[in-house]
Design a protein around this ligand. Structure first.
Ligand SMILES: Nc1nc2c(c(=O)[nH]1)N[C@@H](CN(C=O)c1ccc(C(=O)N[C@@H](CCC(=O)O)C(=O)O)cc1)CN2
Length: 287
């Protein structure tokens, strides 16, 4: 039997409908429209598409959106000055800096992201928000792993008591995913590029989350029959061909449920950004 396909669009639409209602109730309660500022530095074509999609999604759910385009040769100081202005701007409740940054400031990424006020950090990358997540106080949580959890909840997939394996230990996906699964009472193993006997571990997973950045890396022999397989990878292998980290065609014959790429959890990233922006606005009003 082939796996149930978890279509990102279905869940993203549902989440955006919820956010739209939240925006309306926030307006009714406080008379204020939540606002998101997205800073993009340089000309990365994929980043431009993602930022345009974020702007469009804000319009769909009723969030005010400001896109700040800064030139490729922007210095760290200029970027910090812009973030400082946005931290003080009362119309703006969420701030994010689109990644990746241009090479000349990429080494300063942590310093730049840490400059965003933690209550406006809708990406959930600030050390304060990372720390809160790790002690079980979910404040603003990174959008992609939060989207994976939300998708499982909406699909009625039980997490409590399950064996979950995460492949990948990035700050953006792997580590927050570990904390989110653990606090929902899964038994969680994190694997990475140096893990030995990987397939022996992944075959124990009831829930397998893959975020390692290697096209078609997970094959059918690495998956327990009936497992839930969540593919976070986005690999462009040809100008018009995107694939995930999971070999979808073979794994769908073994798994119980699987996310496609494109059309899977990627689509929830922006939906959860909308969710986080409204949450950030609430945090600021309740301060
Ligand atoms: N500041 C941030 N930068 C980046 C993040 C992030 O969460 N915060 N994540 C990615 C880019 N990203 C959002 O910014 C993002 C990636 C993918 C998708 C998506 O919808 N994926 C689709 C396929 C899209 C395509 O055709 O390229 C899918 O998986 O079906 C949305 C947002 C890096 N930077």
């Amino acid at each position: 039997m082939t796996a149930k396909i978890l279509e990102g669009k279905v869940f993203a639409t549902q989440i955006k409908e919820e956010v739209k209602c939240d925006v309306e109730s926030l307006k009714a309660e406080y008379g204020v429209t939540p606002g998101l500022a997205v800073i993009i530095v340089g000309e990365n074509p994929a980043s431009k598409v993602y930022v345009a999609n974020k702007h469009r999604s804000c319009g769909e759910v009723g969030i005010y959106s400001a896109v700040i385009e800064m030139p490729e040769d922007t210095t760290k100081e200029q970027l910090l000055k812009k973030i400082d202005e946005l931290n003080k701007d009362e119309k703006i409740h969420g701030i994010l800096v689109q990644l990746p940054l241009p090479a000349h400031i990429s080494a300063d990424e942590a310093e730049i992201l840490d400059f965003i006020h933690p209550d406006k950090d809708v990406d959930g990358f600030h050390p304060i928000n990372v720390g809160k997540l790790s002690v079980g106080q979910e404040h603003l949580v990174p959008c992609t792993p939060l989207g994976c959890i939300k998708m499982m909840e909406l699909a009625g997939i039980e997490i409590k008591g399950k064996n979950a394996v995460v492949i990948g230990r990035s700050n953006i996906v792997g580590k927050p995913m570990f904390n989110l699964l653990l606090s929902r009472h899964a038994t969680v193993t994190v694997c990475h590029s140096r893990t030995k006997n990987l397939a022996e571990i992944t075959r124990l997973a009831d829930i397998l989350v893959v975020a390692i950045g290697k096209p078609n890396f997970v094959t059918a022999d690495m998956v327990k029959p009936g497992a839930v397989v969540i593919d976070v990878g986005i690999n462009r292998i040809a100008p018009k061909k995107l694939v995930g980290d999971v070999d979808f065609e073979s794994v769908k014959e073994v798994a119980g449920a699987i996310t496609p790429v494109p059309g899977g959890v990627g689509l929830l990233t922006i939906a959860m950004l909308m969710h986080n922006t409204v949450k950030a606005a609430r945090i600021q009003f309740n301060r």
